[in-house]
Unconditional design. Sequence first.
Length: 270
Amino acid sequence: MLKIENLYKTFNPGTANEVKALQGVSFELPEGSFVCVLGTNGSGKSTLLNAVAGSFYPDEGKIFLDNENITHWPEYRRAKHIGRVFQNPYSGTAPEMTIAENLVMAAKRGRPRGLGLALNKKYLTDFSDRVKPLNMKLEERIENPIGKLSGGQRQALTLIMATWQKPKLLLLDEHTAALDPKTAAKVIQLTEEVIKKDNLTTLMVTHSMQQAVNLGDRILMMHNGKIAFDFSGSDKKRLKVNDLLALFDEIRRKEQIDASVSELLMKSYV
């Protein structure tokens, strides 16, 4: 279970470039839940994911994973319990190493490494069995450098690597945004299969309202560093893309009204 309590984060405080990225974000993510986080650029969704991953420490608030306070754990310590797939298909892997060498690192994450041979016949057979269901013929290229693969192939492998040890939490950071529609659809299908098979607790940031509607059991819509809407259960199931578009329009209209009121108030003091 993931629990976020009153999370705040401001970048470049006290300067002209100050950004209040998170403003009191709180929510709980039960075990096995699959949540999609939506929002426009600058809404705070990626900042939220980075805070959970440990890319930086929050200014205020707490982060709990399975009732353990991980707020000030360094990123490398969290990596033992958190799997992550980035937006860039070339992140999260070592491009000069082979597919097998990358997979063995994932298989040994959080375990004592020792001095024995990392790659043996058993590992190679296991890796081939793992990648064969992808239907990308990667089992025939298991000893090829991973950097020679296409973005879709690499993203599929990154997903397998991130979930190899069945992490307590899976973070998906717009992991299909850089892919063409056909490849993105294939990676999304794989994502659903992996999450369902291992009942993974998942937090997925996406720009795609279609993905948010179709995937998972809950939607968090963020705006200006806050959770503007939270849909789950039957409310989430009833949502359509047009409903989400209407909510975004509602937020924009409210912002315009607030800006107009603020301007009038300022003029009244002149």
